[in-house]
Design a protein around this ligand. Structure first.
Ligand SMILES: O=C(O)CCC(=O)C(=O)O
Length: 286
């Protein structure tokens, strides 16, 4: 559980680096093995997307969306008791939490590309209000050398920026400095960049309006991580023209609360829900 000062820090800054492990070494190892199965094309199902969003073979960021649909260990991870309890504490008393989607990002050694500065919410133009918190868990130690994330404190209070790329992207710079669109920054505010190193099996939380990014990986270590984007139970399907990859899974009508089998409920009435039982291999194929 989080302490009151940790909760206050998240409210003030828009992110929180928890610092202590939330997964055991065994759990991390199980997730890594599941990730390798998906990368090798050996999972029972395919995730929604598995591609290089880094832009070239010299700047690689492998993004896998909804690996939980492909690998039971990641489906169980969505319901991680420690993580979900903390998200519930940070979500201002929400009594229900669902998963919008998950997202692996791997920056391979030497050629791992940067994550451009952005807010998450403008990339999700089919849902509102912006009551989502991401839990970013490192699957190997992540630091500045291999491309851990950086956050801009208080930027979750600066509104949602729809940049020229249709998302919250601000201009990227070669050195990944604090580039930003000045019109986003309220008078009297300053743009600071805080690096968020996370040990394997630990977690950092960020609000969906917090500006964040990550430098390239010039080290000889990979940087795999899993982010789960948790939404408050009040988040609705509110399409406005632009689409989103997982929109095809939405079965509710515009304006309705976003729920359904592809958006698992992980917290209800003050308690974390366990993952559904894994299919019985003896009966699954009958
Ligand atoms: O893993 C990364 O470098 C970026 C992840 C991210 O932008 C997010 O979780 O919102």
């Amino acid at each position: 559980m989080l302490t009151e000062p940790q909760i206050q820090q998240f409210r003030q800054d828009g992110f929180l680096n928890y610092g202590a492990p939330v997964l055991t070494e065994n759990e991390v190892e199980t997730l890594r093995a599941a990730l390798h199965r998906t990368l090798a094309g050996k999972s029972e199902a395919t995730p929604d997307s598995n591609r290089n969003i880094g832009g070239s073979d010299q700047s690689v960021v492998t993004q896998i969306v909804n690996i939980w649909e492909a690998e039971p260990a990641f489906a169980a991870h969505l319901h991680n008791d420690r993580i979900v309890s903390m998200v519930a504490q940070l979500m201002d008393g929400a009594d229900t939490l669902r998963v919008w989607h998950d997202q692996i990002q791997i920056k391979p050694p030497h050629i791992g590309g940067p994550t451009i500065w952005h807010q998450d919410f403008p990339y999700w133009p089919v849902i509102s209000p912006p009551d989502l918190i991401s839990a970013w868990v490192a699957l190997e130690d992540a630091d500045e050398a291999n491309g851990c994330m950086s956050m801009v404190p208080r930027s979750h209070l600066w509104g949602s920026y729809n940049g020229p790329h249709g998302g919250g992207t601000i201009q990227n710079t070669e050195r990944h400095g604090p580039a930003y669109e000045p019109s986003c920054v309220p008078d009297g505010e300053t743009v600071a960049v805080v690096s968020v190193p996370v040990r394997a099996g630990s977690v950092a939380f960020h609000h969906c309006l917090t500006w964040h990014g990550a430098p390239p990986n010039h080290s000889d270590r990979p940087r795999p991580a899993i982010a789960v984007h948790y939404m408050a139970g009040s988040v609705r399907y509110t399409p406005q023209g632009r689409s989103h990859l997982v929109e095809e899974h939405i079965t509710v009508a515009p304006g309705e609360i976003l729920r359904g089998e592809h958006f698992p409920t992980v917290y209800e009435a003050g308690r974390v829900l366990p993952p559904p039982p894994a299919p019985n291999p003896l009966t699954a194929k009958l």
